[in-house]
Design a protein around this ligand. Sequence first.
Ligand SMILES: *[C@@H]1O[C@H](CO)[C@@H](O)[C@H](O)[C@H]1NC(C)=O
Ligand SMILES: *[C@@H]1O[C@H](CO)[C@@H](O)[C@H](O)[C@H]1NC(C)=O
Length: 374
Amino acid sequence: MDLVWITVACFVFYKCVECSGTAKEWTYAGTVGQPEWAVFFPDCGGSSQSPINVDTSQARYDPTLIPVLPLGYNHYGKRQFTLYNNGHTVQMTLPHWMSVAGLPWHYSAVQLHLHWGSEVGVTTGSEHTINGQSTAAELHIVHYNTEIYANMSEAMTQENGLAVLAILIEAGEEINQGYGRILNYLGHIRYAGQKVTIPAFDIELLLPDNLSQYFLYNGSLTTPPCHQSVLWTIFNERVKISHSQLLKLQTVLYSSKQEEAEPMALQDNYRSTQQLNHRTVLSSFIPVSVKIYTTGEIAAIVIGSLCGCIGLAVIICFIVKTIRLTSSWDVLPSIRPAPQPRSQDMAKERKDDMALKVTSNPTKPEEAAPQPET
Ligand SMILES: *[C@@H]1O[C@H](CO)[C@@H](O)[C@H](O)[C@H]1NC(C)=O
Ligand SMILES: *[C@@H]1O[C@H](CO)[C@@H](O)[C@H](O)[C@H]1NC(C)=O
């Protein structure tokens, strides 16, 4: 009996290994499209997959999260960068000295790549969504954990192995010079498998200004083999590229090789959002969201504020009355009897006191005279 089960298990295991060995040709739509990924790449069917929709009302504010700190991103050196059309995206290798701090471990940069849609004027293309909203494109800067792992290939399959910075991209009016450093060269790598070297540039130009507001969660690679090894950082601030730059990204590249008879446009290379399941999304800030309050909570806030205002009004009334009472003595000093100094010392003390007040408030000398004995 046991032997039968072991045989079956071995057979299934063998089949899985065989499948994942042969199914290199995954796609976003088509024969080995997204619904089939898990058949050939078991991790794609896991319970901590990426991307996700970030529901800002469910994100947990963590005040201990500090700003993300890119290190060496602007020390790009003299060696050229390499852009590569791998048939799924445009990817650029990053120098090993670039790294990121401000996260639980120290991570060294490996590569960056983009995800985008296909239609102008339709805001789909990003992998992550925020409150159900996509943006036109998304940049991923991939790093591996150098504190625990020897290299990228070891780290990518393991827990806490990778950290990916995700930057949501929108279309706007102005040309983005930073993104232009990549997009201007897409014409040289139109077909899958093509590479081009480009001048090195400051990678910080690709980041949003605000690196202190972000969402953090544990997830996976968004492409097969979908290993669940990624700590995701999604910046709250979006970056803008021009409409023509977006059009270039959407239309210039092919997912097919040059020698293939029918060229296939490289478009819509984004995975649909995955179930959050048991996971928590942390936020480094308190997200502004209309969804935070229920009707009951709004009523409570309104009533609370009203009570607070009334309380404040009462206090102010009391203070005003008290001031009026004291100042009515000040405006009628001549009515009151002249103070009788009890001793020489006392009179001197009063004189000093008066001098002090006069110098400290020279424009209103009459108000400075204290009336200690009334
Ligand atoms: C990565 O590190 C592992 C463990 O040290 C080693 O076995 C493997 O050969 C390395 N791979 C590469 C590509 O350097
Ligand atoms: C990610 O998982 C690790 C355990 O592997 C946990 O310590 C950490 O708090 C998780 N991070 C987030 C943002 O949930």
